[in-house]
Design a protein around this ligand. Structure first.
Ligand SMILES: N[C@@H](CCC(=O)N[C@@H](CS)C(=O)NCC(=O)O)C(=O)O
Length: 217
């Protein structure tokens, strides 16, 4: 058995943050596929009892510990591996600030928007989609402006704040119905910098469950 196990599925950008970090630090890890679409596995009593009481993916298993919330998993991996770790209190707080902003407002809106567009039955109500899209445009604009002045979110090198913010941004543009890289030039350049890191792989390469069987789409 690998040193780290990650409960995940290919379509989850929340899980991708953790999968990407594990791969970038060259960890000995293996995915444990969670059947989100056909079984709604995270909502089962079994999953909530044995894996995560919050009923969410990702969950990282390491040395008898089970950790959830991608921000916590990234922090844990930064501490245990020493990689992508913000340096000193100021950077730590800055990284945490962007991870919370990301979870709530960047990928926190982008994830549901993509889900309602591609996977939900029925698809998202147009009024909800319009609301989410306007928030997404606004919040990606804030990240884009931030990246105009620095190569990575906290400073000169990539940290866990970058890996968090990248959560959904490597999924294909057609899944969003708009091209983030074309619209936000600083985000596009930053995504290329992360893509150039040794060990980078796309979400569909790193995690199991893609493509979905036709009946589940
Ligand atoms: N803030 C959490 C979000 C996790 C999350 O929402 N995961 C989704 C999958 S992408 C999930 O497991 N949802 C369970 C459900 O909808 O029942 C994190 O960053 O880990």
């Amino acid at each position: 058995m690998a040193e780290y196990q990650l409960y995940c599925f290919a379509q989850s950008g929340n899980a991708y943050r953790a999968a990407l970090m594990l791969n970038l630090v060259n960890a000995d890890w293996q995915p444990i596929w969670v059947d989100f679409f056909a079984r709604g596995e995270p909502r089962t009593v079994e999953y909530r009892t044995n894996v995560n009481e919050m009923g969410e993916v990702p969950v990282l298993v390491h040395e008898g510990r089970k950790l959830s919330q991608s921000g916590v998993i990234l922090t844990y991996l930064a501490r245990t591996t020493g990689k992508f770790r913000p340096e000193g209190e100021e950077q730590e707080l800055e990284a945490l600030r962007w991870i919370i902003f990301d979870n709530q407002k960047v990928n926190g809106f982008l994830g549901p928007y993509r889900f309602l567009r591609n996977f939900a039955q029925p698809a998202g109500d147009p009024a909800v989609m319009t609301f989410l899209k306007s928030r997404i445009d606004n919040n990606l604009g804030i990240v884009d402006k931030r990246l105009a002045a620095r190569p990575f979110v906290v400073g000169a090198r990539a940290t866990i704040a970058d890996l968090s913010l990248a959560g959904y941004l490597y999924y294909p543009a057609e899944e969003f119905g708009f091209d983030i890289a074309a619209q936000f030039k600083n985000i596009a350049a930053w995504l290329e910098r992360i893509r150039a890191l040794p060990g980078w792989k796309s979400p569909y390469e790193l995690m199991p469950g893609h493509p979905l069987p036709a009946r589940q789409q």
